[in-house]
Design a protein around this ligand. Sequence first.
Ligand SMILES: [Cu+2]
Length: 171
Amino acid sequence: MSLNESHPLIARSPCEQQNHQDMIQMKLKTTLVALAASLSAVLANAAEVTVTADDTMRFDTATIEATAGEPLTIVFKNQGSLPKAAMGHNLVVLKPGSDLATFGNAAVTAAANEYIPTQPDLAAQVLGHSKLLGPKESDTFILTFDAPGEYPFLCSFPGHWALMKGAIVVK
Ligand SMILES: [Cu+2]
């Protein structure tokens, strides 16, 4: 709306002026409510978390919070310097209740698939994952969780899951 429309007020009677001001106030309120709604939508869509890993075979965070139904952008960075073949990392998010040991142990034989198991029952547990990253690489992926719960995540590079694991707590 334009604020210029208030200029002709000078020539109006006090009553008309009051009505006009009421109308402007009402318009302003409507605009502010709309702005607040779109702002909260933007903020909700902007949920983003950055997780890093390095040569010590650890994620820098074990717990990530998210909201059901709202997209979460996961930025994963490998800040280490050892070669990918020796110390590659990925970040794999599984469905609630998935067994990390079963998944992690099966991953050992899935080198051709960047250590994401291909057995249908295990592949079905994967909600999303980053690429397998070498030193100084990063990858971003977006997940939306249907329901509240604890979604485990791990690095499925052989042997890493025992130390590299955590959970996304969705509310
Ligand atoms: Cu790893």
